[in-house]
Ligand binder design. Structure first.
Ligand code: GRG
Length: 292
C-alpha cells in the first residue's frame, strides 16, 4: 500500500514495535492479534500528518514520535472494531484476514481495547514531553476518539443512518466525526507539541478539517472505483450495506467536484499558516490523488 512518506512509515513502525507488548509475552493471543493488525501495512497517514505538522512548528521527531504512534494505535483499534461481525462484518483489511477472522471475535475485541488504552498510556508516560503538554494531548485524543465530538459518535451516527437516506448535512456530520475528528486532532497535536499559538491552532484545525473531509470523500470514491488489491479491503461494501457516502448521495462526478472543493479549501487554509508548509501541502496532494 502506498504511503504519504515511506521514511515516516519506517520511523513509525520501529517505534510501534518498541511500544507494543511482545508477542511472546502472555497473554500471547491478544498480543499476536495486536501485532497482526498494527503491522499489516497501513499508510500511517495520521502519524505522518502529526509529524509533518509538528515539524512545521519546529518540534523535534523525538517529541512527536510517541504521540504519532498513539494516533496509529487508536486508528488501528477503530479498524479492528469496525470490522467486527456486529459492526461492518468485514473479512479483509489491509490486504489480510481481519483480526476477528484470524483470532476470533473475543480476542479481536480485547486487541482493540488494549490498543486504545495503550495509546493513552503512551502519551501519559512520554518523558520527552512536559506534563501539561501530555494532558493537552490526552484531551485531544480522547475528544477525537470518543463521543460526542469524535469517532465513536460518528460510527454510531453512521450505523443509525444505514437503514435510510441521509441528507447532505447528515452525511457531512457523519464524516466529520467518524474520520475527520482524528485527522484534525493529529494535525493539532503536532502543532500543540510545537507550541503553536491559539491563532495558529485555529488555522491548523481549519486545514485538518478540510483535509479530513477530502480523505473521506476519496475513501468513498475508492470504495466504488478501486480494486481489492489496491484497497487492501473488500470494495463495494459501502453500497452493499447501504452506507451513507458521497457517491451514494451525489454520484461520482459531483463527488469528484466535492473532493476538488475540499482540496482547494485545505490549500487555502495552509496559506494562513505562516510557517514552512510545503510538506503539509504535499499531504493534501497525496490524499487527492491516492489510489488506496
Ligand atoms: C469502531 C469506534 C469505532 C469506529 C470505527 C474507522 C472507523 C470508525 C470506521 C472505518 C470505516 C471507514 C472505511 C472509514 C473511512 C475512513 C477510514 C478510517 C479509512 C481507513 O483509514 P486508512 O485509509 O487505513 O488510513 P490504513 O489501513 O491505511 O491505515
Amino acid at each position: 500500500m502506498k504511503s504519504v512518506f515511506p521514511d515516516t512509515v519506517a520511523l513509525v513502525e520501529v517505534e510501534l514495535n518498541k511500544l507494543l507488548p511482545a508477542a511472546a509475552a502472555p497473554p500471547e493471543k491478544v498480543h499476536h492479534a495486536i501485532r497482526w493488525s498494527v503491522f499489516a501495512g497501513g499508510k500511517r497517514f495520521r502519524p505522518a500528518l502529526l509529524l509533518a505538522t509538528g515539524k512545521a512548528f519546529n518540534a523535534t521527531t523525538e517529541t512527536l514520535i510517541k504521540t504519532a504512534c498513539a494516533f496509529e494505535m487508536i486508528h488501528t483499534y477503530s479498524l479492528i472494531h469496525d470490522d467486527l461481525p456486529s459492526m461492518d462484518d468485514d473479512d479483509l483489511r489491509r490486504g489480510r484476514p481481519t483480526c476477528h477472522v484470524r483470532f476470533g471475535e473475543a480476542t479481536a475485541i480485547l486487541a482493540g481495547d488494549a490498543l486504545q488504552t495503550l495509546a493513552f498510556r503512551t502519551v501519559a508516560e512520554d518523558e520527552n514531553l512536559d506534563v501539561n503538554t501530555r494532558v493537552a494531548l490526552i484531551s485531544e485524543l480522547a475528544r477525537a476518539a470518543g463521543t460526542p465530538e469524535g469517532m465513536v459518535a460518528g460510527q454510531a451516527l453512521d450505523m443509525e443512518a444505514e437503514a435510510r437516506q441521509v441528507n447532505p448535512a447528515e452525511l457531512e456530520e457523519i464524516h466529520r466525526h467518524k474520520t475527520g475528528a482524528l485527522i484534525v486532532a493529529a494535525a493539532r497535536s503536532g502543532a500543540i507539541i510545537g507550541r503553536a499559538t491559539e491563532a495558529e491552532l485555529d488555522a491548523v484545525t481549519n486545514y485538518g478539517s478540510h483535509l479530513g473531509l477530502l480523505f473521506q470523500i476519496t475513501d468513498d470514491l475508492l470504495d466504488v472505483t478501486a480494486s481489492a488489491e489496491d484497497l487492501g479491503k473488500t470494495p463495494g461494501k459501502d453500497a452493499e450495506s447501504r452506507k451513507a457516502t458521497y457517491p451514494g448521495l451525489y454520484g461520482l462526478d459531483d463527488s469528484r467536484e466535492a473532493a476538488a472543493k475540499a482540496y482547494r479549501a485545505a490549500c487555502e487554509a495552509l496559506e494562513r499558516i505562516d510557517r514552512p508548509t510545503t510538506v503539509l501541502r504535499s499531504i493534501v496532494d497525496f490524499i487527492l490523488n491516492r489510489t488506496g
